[in-house]
Write a new protein. Structure first.
Length: 217
Protein backbone atom coordinates (compact mmCIF):
# COMPACT_ATOMS: atom_id res chain seq x y z
CA UNK A 1 0.00 0.00 0.00
CA UNK A 2 2.78 2.44 0.95
CA UNK A 3 4.79 1.56 -2.15
CA UNK A 4 1.73 2.11 -4.35
CA UNK A 5 1.11 5.49 -2.72
CA UNK A 6 4.68 6.59 -3.39
CA UNK A 7 4.54 5.29 -6.97
CA UNK A 8 1.45 7.45 -7.61
CA UNK A 9 2.66 10.58 -5.82
CA UNK A 10 2.87 12.27 -9.23
CA UNK A 11 -0.50 11.01 -10.53
CA UNK A 12 -3.07 13.81 -10.82
CA UNK A 13 -6.17 13.21 -8.70
CA UNK A 14 -4.69 10.16 -6.94
CA UNK A 15 -5.99 9.60 -3.42
CA UNK A 16 -3.72 7.94 -0.87
CA UNK A 17 -4.63 4.68 0.81
CA UNK A 18 -4.31 4.50 4.57
CA UNK A 19 -5.08 1.85 7.19
CA UNK A 20 -7.38 1.40 10.16
CA UNK A 21 -5.37 0.04 13.11
CA UNK A 22 -6.57 -1.63 16.29
CA UNK A 23 -4.90 -2.98 19.43
CA UNK A 24 -5.47 -6.54 20.56
CA UNK A 25 -4.66 -8.39 23.80
CA UNK A 26 -0.94 -8.47 23.05
CA UNK A 27 -1.14 -4.67 22.59
CA UNK A 28 0.16 -5.04 19.07
CA UNK A 29 -1.17 -2.72 16.36
CA UNK A 30 -2.97 -4.76 13.70
CA UNK A 31 -4.17 -3.43 10.35
CA UNK A 32 -7.88 -4.16 10.13
CA UNK A 33 -8.62 -2.70 6.68
CA UNK A 34 -7.40 0.00 4.30
CA UNK A 35 -9.35 3.12 3.45
CA UNK A 36 -9.00 5.95 0.96
CA UNK A 37 -8.00 9.40 2.14
CA UNK A 38 -10.12 11.90 0.16
CA UNK A 39 -8.46 15.01 1.55
CA UNK A 40 -7.69 17.66 -1.06
CA UNK A 41 -4.37 17.69 -2.88
CA UNK A 42 -2.52 20.80 -3.98
CA UNK A 43 -3.90 22.62 -7.02
CA UNK A 44 -1.43 23.19 -9.84
CA UNK A 45 -2.02 25.91 -12.47
CA UNK A 46 -1.59 24.52 -15.98
CA UNK A 47 -2.72 27.31 -18.30
CA UNK A 48 -4.79 24.70 -20.13
CA UNK A 49 -8.51 25.68 -20.28
CA UNK A 50 -9.44 21.98 -20.32
CA UNK A 51 -7.68 21.36 -17.00
CA UNK A 52 -10.28 21.47 -14.22
CA UNK A 53 -9.92 21.08 -10.47
CA UNK A 54 -12.44 20.84 -7.65
CA UNK A 55 -12.12 23.03 -4.59
CA UNK A 56 -14.15 21.26 -1.92
CA UNK A 57 -15.75 17.85 -1.66
CA UNK A 58 -17.07 15.82 -4.56
CA UNK A 59 -15.83 14.08 -7.69
CA UNK A 60 -16.29 14.52 -11.43
CA UNK A 61 -18.78 11.97 -12.82
CA UNK A 62 -17.83 10.32 -16.11
CA UNK A 63 -19.33 7.75 -18.48
CA UNK A 64 -17.23 4.62 -18.95
CA UNK A 65 -17.89 1.21 -20.57
CA UNK A 66 -18.49 -0.18 -17.05
CA UNK A 67 -20.93 2.58 -16.10
CA UNK A 68 -20.51 5.82 -14.16
CA UNK A 69 -17.06 6.36 -12.68
CA UNK A 70 -15.75 9.16 -10.49
CA UNK A 71 -12.45 11.03 -10.32
CA UNK A 72 -10.68 14.10 -8.98
CA UNK A 73 -8.41 14.13 -12.03
CA UNK A 74 -9.83 16.91 -14.21
CA UNK A 75 -7.19 16.75 -16.93
CA UNK A 76 -9.73 16.64 -19.78
CA UNK A 77 -9.56 16.95 -23.56
CA UNK A 78 -11.87 17.19 -26.58
CA UNK A 79 -12.50 13.85 -28.30
CA UNK A 80 -12.77 13.16 -32.04
CA UNK A 81 -16.53 13.36 -31.50
CA UNK A 82 -16.07 16.86 -30.03
CA UNK A 83 -17.01 15.69 -26.54
CA UNK A 84 -15.27 16.48 -23.26
CA UNK A 85 -13.51 13.35 -22.06
CA UNK A 86 -10.68 12.05 -19.88
CA UNK A 87 -7.40 10.71 -21.25
CA UNK A 88 -8.93 7.22 -21.02
CA UNK A 89 -11.84 8.27 -23.23
CA UNK A 90 -14.47 8.51 -20.46
CA UNK A 91 -16.91 11.30 -21.33
CA UNK A 92 -17.85 14.03 -18.85
CA UNK A 93 -21.47 13.69 -17.75
CA UNK A 94 -23.87 16.59 -18.37
CA UNK A 95 -26.09 16.93 -15.31
CA UNK A 96 -28.60 18.95 -17.38
CA UNK A 97 -28.96 16.19 -20.00
CA UNK A 98 -29.39 12.94 -18.06
CA UNK A 99 -25.65 12.33 -17.94
CA UNK A 100 -25.07 12.47 -21.70
CA UNK A 101 -21.69 13.82 -22.91
CA UNK A 102 -21.03 17.55 -23.31
CA UNK A 103 -20.39 18.45 -26.96
CA UNK A 104 -18.23 21.47 -27.78
CA UNK A 105 -16.73 23.24 -30.79
CA UNK A 106 -12.96 22.56 -30.65
CA UNK A 107 -12.27 25.77 -32.61
CA UNK A 108 -13.95 28.08 -30.06
CA UNK A 109 -12.54 28.98 -26.61
CA UNK A 110 -14.19 27.04 -23.78
CA UNK A 111 -15.19 28.74 -20.55
CA UNK A 112 -16.06 26.71 -17.45
CA UNK A 113 -17.64 28.57 -14.54
CA UNK A 114 -17.12 27.81 -10.87
CA UNK A 115 -20.59 26.24 -10.94
CA UNK A 116 -19.44 23.74 -13.58
CA UNK A 117 -21.40 25.30 -16.45
CA UNK A 118 -19.59 24.94 -19.78
CA UNK A 119 -19.97 27.91 -22.16
CA UNK A 120 -18.81 28.89 -25.62
CA UNK A 121 -19.45 32.30 -27.18
CA UNK A 122 -21.68 33.12 -24.22
CA UNK A 123 -23.92 30.08 -24.80
CA UNK A 124 -24.44 27.39 -22.13
CA UNK A 125 -23.57 23.94 -23.49
CA UNK A 126 -24.09 21.91 -20.34
CA UNK A 127 -23.13 21.54 -16.70
CA UNK A 128 -20.47 19.13 -15.45
CA UNK A 129 -21.92 16.54 -13.08
CA UNK A 130 -20.24 16.56 -9.68
CA UNK A 131 -21.33 13.98 -7.12
CA UNK A 132 -20.24 13.39 -3.56
CA UNK A 133 -20.06 9.63 -2.93
CA UNK A 134 -16.84 10.40 -1.02
CA UNK A 135 -19.06 11.58 1.85
CA UNK A 136 -19.12 7.85 2.66
CA UNK A 137 -15.65 6.65 1.56
CA UNK A 138 -16.52 2.99 2.16
CA UNK A 139 -19.14 3.21 -0.61
CA UNK A 140 -16.39 3.60 -3.22
CA UNK A 141 -13.92 1.14 -4.74
CA UNK A 142 -10.80 2.14 -6.64
CA UNK A 143 -10.64 1.56 -10.38
CA UNK A 144 -7.09 2.06 -11.63
CA UNK A 145 -5.04 4.92 -10.24
CA UNK A 146 -7.46 7.86 -10.19
CA UNK A 147 -10.97 6.47 -10.75
CA UNK A 148 -13.62 5.14 -8.40
CA UNK A 149 -16.81 3.14 -8.81
CA UNK A 150 -19.70 2.70 -6.42
CA UNK A 151 -19.31 -0.47 -4.35
CA UNK A 152 -23.12 -0.62 -4.19
CA UNK A 153 -24.45 0.35 -7.62
CA UNK A 154 -27.97 0.65 -6.19
CA UNK A 155 -26.95 3.33 -3.72
CA UNK A 156 -28.04 6.90 -4.38
CA UNK A 157 -25.54 9.57 -5.36
CA UNK A 158 -25.43 12.55 -2.98
CA UNK A 159 -24.93 15.81 -4.87
CA UNK A 160 -21.76 17.74 -4.11
CA UNK A 161 -22.12 20.65 -1.65
CA UNK A 162 -22.84 24.04 -3.18
CA UNK A 163 -19.60 25.30 -1.68
CA UNK A 164 -17.63 23.09 -4.09
CA UNK A 165 -16.17 25.09 -6.97
CA UNK A 166 -14.80 24.10 -10.37
CA UNK A 167 -11.52 25.91 -11.07
CA UNK A 168 -10.50 26.19 -14.73
CA UNK A 169 -6.86 26.03 -15.77
CA UNK A 170 -5.80 24.00 -12.72
CA UNK A 171 -5.40 20.33 -11.88
CA UNK A 172 -5.36 18.63 -8.48
CA UNK A 173 -2.19 16.82 -7.52
CA UNK A 174 -1.92 13.58 -5.55
CA UNK A 175 -2.49 13.97 -1.80
CA UNK A 176 0.23 11.44 -0.92
CA UNK A 177 2.57 12.75 1.83
CA UNK A 178 5.73 11.44 0.17
CA UNK A 179 8.18 11.98 3.05
CA UNK A 180 5.82 10.42 5.61
CA UNK A 181 5.09 7.45 3.33
CA UNK A 182 8.80 6.88 2.68
CA UNK A 183 9.59 6.85 6.42
CA UNK A 184 6.74 4.40 7.06
CA UNK A 185 7.90 2.15 4.23
CA UNK A 186 11.43 1.98 5.64
CA UNK A 187 9.99 1.20 9.09
CA UNK A 188 7.81 -1.59 7.72
CA UNK A 189 10.76 -3.09 5.82
CA UNK A 190 12.87 -3.09 8.99
CA UNK A 191 10.08 -4.75 10.98
CA UNK A 192 9.76 -7.38 8.25
CA UNK A 193 13.50 -8.06 8.36
CA UNK A 194 13.40 -8.41 12.16
CA UNK A 195 10.49 -10.86 11.99
CA UNK A 196 12.28 -12.80 9.28
CA UNK A 197 15.40 -13.08 11.48
CA UNK A 198 13.26 -14.15 14.45
CA UNK A 199 11.60 -16.89 12.38
CA UNK A 200 14.99 -18.09 11.12
CA UNK A 201 16.42 -18.12 14.65
CA UNK A 202 13.37 -20.00 15.98
CA UNK A 203 13.73 -22.56 13.22
CA UNK A 204 17.44 -23.01 13.95
CA UNK A 205 16.76 -23.38 17.69
CA UNK A 206 14.06 -25.95 17.00
CA UNK A 207 16.40 -27.94 14.77
CA UNK A 208 19.18 -27.79 17.38
CA UNK A 209 16.81 -28.98 20.10
CA UNK A 210 15.77 -31.95 17.97
CA UNK A 211 19.42 -32.83 17.30
CA UNK A 212 20.21 -32.68 21.03
CA UNK A 213 17.26 -34.92 21.89
CA UNK A 214 18.37 -37.36 19.20
CA UNK A 215 21.89 -37.50 20.72
CA UNK A 216 20.50 -38.23 24.19
CA UNK A 217 18.25 -41.01 22.96
Amino acid sequence: MLANNIANSGTAGFKADREFNNLYEEELPVVERPYTDFSQGMLLPTGNPLSLALSGKGLFALNSPSGTVFTRNGDFRVSKKNQLESSEGYTVRNVLDKGNPITVDPQVPIDVGKDGVVRQSGQDLGKIEIDAPDSNPLSLSKLGTSYFIMADKNAGLPVAPQATEVLQGQVEQSNVPVAESAVKLVSVMRQFEMLQRAITLDSEMGKKAIDEVAKVT
